[in-house]
Ligand binder design. Structure first.
Ligand code: ATP
Ligand code: MG
Length: 665
């Protein structure tokens, strides 16, 4: 049998943790041994970091796989864990959120204030008839009310479904209908790219087709004129006038906490269901372990939108359950100038920064002079999530943001996993640029071949999870069959008819390899793997080779049908700001890049064709949508573009393609 996925890229750089961080790390290497010795006892101890109203009777019930129950019989309130217990411990005056609006307005919200606001919102939602188990859709910009709305739902046991504020009325309609939401929480609008961007008209359009919606709560942010109907209530007239007293009632550990739809990079979005006790246990523990968060001294900033799982787990539930002080920013990174992020780091003395490879590569494109213009010396730890981070982008991040000294945690996880699964521990791991390294303590991940057999070191294949984990998805909302089909039917018991005795294996949908030391490298989506002359080549390795050329900031590659090789590699590359790409210089750069890839990875990976483009098609969460580029490369009409960030990008690319240079050997 041929290899499942070729291992072409060889990276030898390695960076040990800074000595001081290692000496004071929240989590040390012992955690791996403890978890290996008794995984369930390990997770039980992490659950003990939270406040429970009723102790669980059983850590894990896995008697009806793939449907898991964690901390069976236990009861807790998520909002109590994120707010009340900090206030009760005397930390009410501690800042929870330093909020920065895009126009430069700011709010400083303490734990006591966040608690009061959440109690008011819980009372207001209750007055509108929302009960435990009801669904509430949240469609807000990045304002503190987004966190308040989520916490208020959690407080009363309502299940929230946050829909990213950039989505269209259709996307919002589908999500409201799928969850049959009773209430929608929105705003008149938010600020994006220097101007107000309306949200309420989109909600009006959606709600007209959503008979389940009884009430719409509207936060006033921009002050722009909005249409008004009998279902609408202003937040400031409803929530901000409600009582600030609210006793949080405990809920079962398996009570539904939220539904969140995946980004839609590969397929129709899936409504992922997360529950209460296991989810909070793992998001809280991983915030403590992976970011080495010290609530007394750190200022943490996750740049994700609250509408994505990263915002749920690492803006709201993880940091707040740990009592962190964090920054929340409303707007875009280039408003009013391309140094806005670095200005914010300096202004709030941010110590921990968690962002996405797409942002790092954009910063590379803009040039290192921009971060160099700001004082970033407060930073002590950097994180990355969302896509594989190309080794060169990792090095750039460490060099130009991290002053050449900071550790980087490359965290692999999914909406489905709820929390980080594979990542360095910053005080323990000698990180390699581009590798997520090892499964966290308590997580059992592996790379397997077509047959579900573990691949040896040096081999490539499919990323799987061999044991259930506390923050795992419980199902796809309303679609148990799709849940089983998508994640549990490729390998293990679910593939072989579910015979007892056989193990259930979770299929993540991502390609991966183990390097010679057994460290894990993510290689992109299984759906995107290219089959060139009988070799399975990952998109990530070819993209990383392109990005390692000094003239390239970002790249996407796809396999296009080819009469001789089956599939041929077609690459789209965004040049760095300084690169000369006009006329003959552009032709020369393309020739250089093809040779550079062949030299780095071997002749098999040499792209047939390279296009220099100004932008790439991305989802609204910033991930490259290769399936659309495949449509372009094969001259097909485009597939589903509803989750595409900016549709004009496709026109730009397609027009370049038709007149494009097919630089055949
Ligand atoms: P859909 O499942 O609808 O296609 P999606 O997979 O983009 O959407 P998310 O749950 O937001 O939705 O993304 C999870 C995916 O992001 C992972 O499966 C993986 O492909 C990628 N990813 C996230 N973090 C990393 C990382 N550190 N390294 C490599 N890939 C990552
Ligand atoms: Mg996915």
């Amino acid at each position: 049998m041929s290899e499942a996925l070729a291992n072409l890229l060889n990276e030898t750089r390695q960076f040990p943790p800074p000595a001081e961080l290692a000496a004071n790390a929240n989590v040390t290497a012992d955690a791996y041994d403890e978890a290996a010795a008794d995984r369930l006892a390990f997770w039980e101890r992490q659950a003990g970091r939270l406040a429970w109203a009723k102790q669980w009777e059983q850590v894990l019930d896995w008697s009806k796989p793939p449907f898991a129950k964690w901390f069976v019989g236990g009861q807790l309130n998520v909002a109590y864990n994120c707010l009340d217990r900090h206030v009760e411990a005397g930390r009410g005056d501690k800042v929870a959120i330093h909020w920065e609006g895009e126009p430069g307005d700011t709010r400083t919200i303490t734990y006591a204030e966040l608690h009061r606001l959440t109690c008011q919102a819980a009372n207001a939602l209750t007055a509108l008839g929302v009960k435990a188990g009801d669904r509430v859709a949240i469609y807000l910009p990045m304002v503190p009310e987004a966190a308040v709305a989520m916490l208020a739902c959690a407080r009363i046991g309502a299940t929230h479904s946050v829909v990213f504020g950039g989505f269209s009325a259709d996307a919002l309609t589908n999500r409201i209908q799928d969850a049959t939401a009773k209430v929608v929480i929105t705003a008149d609008g938010g600020y994006r790219r220097g101007k107000p961007s309306a949200l309420k008209p989109t909600v009006d359009e959606a709600v007209a087709n959503c008979p389940s919606v009884e009430h719409v709560l509207v936060v006033r942010r921009t002050g722009e004129e909005v249409a008004w109907s009998a279902k609408d209530h202003w937040w400031h007239e409803t929530v901000e006038t409600a009582s600030t007293e609210h006793a949080a009632q405990p809920f079962d550990a398996e009570h539904p906490l939220f539904i969140l739809y995946t980004s839609g990079t590969t397929a129709r979005p899936k409504g992922i269901l997360h529950t209460t006790g296991g989810y909070l246990t793992q998001t809280s523990y991983t915030t403590h372990a992976v970011f080495d968060l010290k609530p007394e001294t750190d200022v943490y900033w996750c740049t994700a939108d609250i509408g994505w799982v990263t915002g749920h787990s690492y803006i709201v539930y993880g940091p707040l359950s740990n009592g962190a002080t964090q920054v929340m920013y409303e707007g875009t990174p280039d408003t009013p100038h391309k140094g806005r992020f670095w200005e914010i780091v300096d202004k709030y003395q941010v110590t921990i920064l968690y962002t996405a490879p797409t942002l790092i590569r954009t910063m590379m494109k803009w040039g290192e002079d921009i971060p160099a213009g700001f004082d970033l010396s407060s930073l002590r730890l950097l994180g990355s999530v969302g896509e594989p981070i190309n080794p060169e982008a990792w090095i750039w991040y460490r060099q130009h943001v991290g002053g050449g000294r900071l550790p980087i945690v490359d965290t692999w996880w999914q909406t489905e996993t709820g929390a980080v699964m594979i990542s360095p521990l910053p005080g323990v791991t000698e990180a390699k640029p581009g590798s997520a390294m090892t499964p966290l303590p308590g997580v059992v991940a592996d790379v397997v071949d077509d047959q579900g057999q573990s691949v040896p070191n040096g081999g490539g294949g499919y990323l799987v999870l061999r044991e259930p984990w506390p923050s795992m998805l419980r199902t796809i909302w309303g679609d148990d069959n799709r849940f089983i089909e998508t994640y549990w039917s490729r390998f293990g018991a679910g593939a072989s008819g579910g015979g007892s005795g056989a193990d259930w294996i979770y299929f993540a949908g991502d390609g991966a390899k183990k390097d010679d030391d057994g460290h894990i490298w993510l290689l992109g989506r299984v759906d995107d793997v290219m089959l060139v002359s009988g070799h399975n080549i990952s998109t990530t390795e070819v993209e990383s080779a392109l990005v390692s050329h000094p003239s390239v900031a970002e790249a996407a590659v796809v396999g296009a049908t080819d009469p001789t090789t089956g599939q041929a590699i077609v690459a789209f590359a965004i040049p760095r700001g300084s690169a000369d790409t006009a006329g003959a210089a552009g032709e020369q750069l393309i020739a250089d890049l093809r040779n550079h890839v062949a030299k780095t990875l071997g002749p098999i990976a040499k792209p047939r064709q390279i296009m220099l483009v100004p932008e790439l098609p991305k989802t609204r969460s910033g991930k490259i949508m290769r399936r659309l580029l495949r449509d372009v490369a094969e001259n097909r009409s485009l597939g589903d573009v509803t989750t595409l960030q900016d549709s004009s990008v496709m026109d730009l690319i397609a027009s370049g393609m038709s007149g494009g240079k097919s630089d055949e050997d």
